[in-house]
Ligand binder design. Structure first.
Ligand code: PMT
Length: 403
């Protein structure tokens, strides 16, 4: 997603400076070219050599480097985005005062690139009126602040002051970079989410434990990335993400009807919903009374919404999910083929931190060409970005024809 983007990463003197290594790794993995500039005090906490190896670029510190004449002007001009992480209370004060006594502070005055800062400091320092005033001044000047997180601090205290985690910082970088050129602009994305409910009688139904979190995360990220998003949702406790059209349904039949109405207009379709595979053959008009004996319920299969869908537009990409409890790759690959998908997201829902009603997921992404990529456990929001990224990549690669 960040291919071709130049990020200037400033690292200042803070115990959290070592985390800049993880950040460099994340940003370069996403395709960005990362130029690191260290302040003098940052050298006490992290080695320029390690950062050079991680970024694959020279690491600069001095305004007076004979080999990098006018580096402050070149770096300031070339950067698509400036990120300072971690930024110390001292450096925040320098920025607020507009000082320019080292390479990083000088290039901040020279750059026109959007700037993000991620503060890290001890609890009392973050609350100090001088820091609060400097932060609000920087915000007024258009600098975006990634708020520090709460947790154990280097001083042994607990509270707000920890550098935001690398996922949060990377997401903030992407959001800011894509503000003017969102990667999904022009795309019409149809997403299904949540469970379905198949009525037994007026008060009882068959359903499952889907919370809708995976589908809502996809809808939120797709909308933030510039897509026009429709979310067809089974019953959940979640509010629709802003800017997303939500169509609320209950049963598989209702979901199928809404899906078919929106299908043709959509350039990307993502089916995360846990559609009930069975429903009662008939729904009792009145609440079924106890009879004191064993009762059986006759069930029939619901329509398979993905499998029986009409052929879509030529440019339509279709992504399905597979919730499996055994033979993950084999079963998911079968669904990929039978349901004529471009990509399937396979989750083994028996794993802790994966699948139904949790904040994270652990998945394999399987493309039509067959290769499966295992992803580590991550938040459903971060995973949503990865799924959208992979989906877009497919469009640039000619697909093998379906058997
Ligand atoms: O909602 P959360 O709590 O965040 O949980 C996320 C999730 C576990 C629901 C999600 O990650 C997931 O796996 N969704 C798919 C669940 C499922 O029904 O999988 P399946 O293997 O039974 O179905 C395969 C695909 O066919 C799915 O894309 C499904 O939406 C679709 N399907 C299934 C049955 C049916 N009648 N019609 C369908 O279109």
């Amino acid at each position: 997603m960040l291919a071709g983007k130049k990020i200037l990463l400033g690292v200042t003197g803070s115990i959290a400076a070592y985390k800049s290594l993880h950040l460099v790794r994340e940003l370069t993995k996403a395709g960005a070219c990362v130029n690191v500039v260290l302040t003098a005090t940052a050298h006490e906490f992290v080695s320029p050599l390690t950062l050079k190896v991680f970024s694959g670029q020279p690491v600069l510190s001095s305004l007076f480097d004979p080999e990098n004449d006018m580096a402050h002007l070149r770096l300031a001009e070339e950067a698509d985005l400036v990120l300072i992480a971690p930024v110390s209370a001292h450096f925040i004060a320098k920025m607020a005062a507009g000082l320019a006594d080292d390479l990083l502070s000088t290039l901040l005055l020279a750059t026109k690139a959007p700037t993000l800062i991620a503060p890290a400091m001890d609890l009392g320092m973050w609350d100090h009126p001088a820091v609060r005033e400097n932060i609000s001044l920087l915000k007024k000047r258009g600098i975006q602040v990634i708020e520090p997180e709460s947790g154990p601090l280097a001083s042994g205290k607990e509270g707000v002051g920890r550098l935001a985690c690398e996922q949060t910082i990377t997401e903030a970088v992407m959001t800011l970079l894509f503000e003017n050129h969102p990667p999904l602009s022009g795309e019409v994305v149809l997403i299904t989410a949540g469970p379905t409910e198949e009525a037994i009688d007026p008060v009882r139904f068959i359903s499952n434990r889907s919370s809708g979190k995976m589908g809502y995360a996809l809808a939120e990220v797709a909308s933030q990335w510039g897509a026009d998003v429709t979310l067809i949702s089974g019953p959940t406790q979640l509010s629709p993400p802003s800017g997303v059209e939500r169509i609320s349904v209950r049963s598989a039949a209702e979901m199928e009807k809404a899906f078919n109405l929106k299908l043709y207009a959509s350039s990307i379709v993502i089916m995360t919903a846990a559609v009930s595979d069975y429903r009662p053959v008939s729904t009792a008009k009145q609440k079924i009374k106890k009879t004191g004996s064993v009762r059986t319920l006759d069930l029939e299969e619901t329509p398979d919404i993905l499998e029986t869908r009409a052929l879509g537009r030529d440019d339509q990409l279709v992504v399905g999910f597979a919730a499996e409890t055994e033979n993950l790759i084999e079963n998911a690959t079968k669904k990929l083929k039978n349901k004529r998908l471009d990509l399937i997201v396979a989750n083994d829902v028996t794993l802790e931190g994966a699948g139904f009603d949790v904040e994270t997921n652990i998945v394999h992404l399987i493309k039509r060409a067959g290769e499966a990529t295992a992803l580590p456990k991550m938040s459903k929001r971060l995973l949503a970005g990865k799924i959208l990224e992979e989906t877009l990549k497919i469009r640039t690669i000619p697909l093998p024809s379906l058997p």
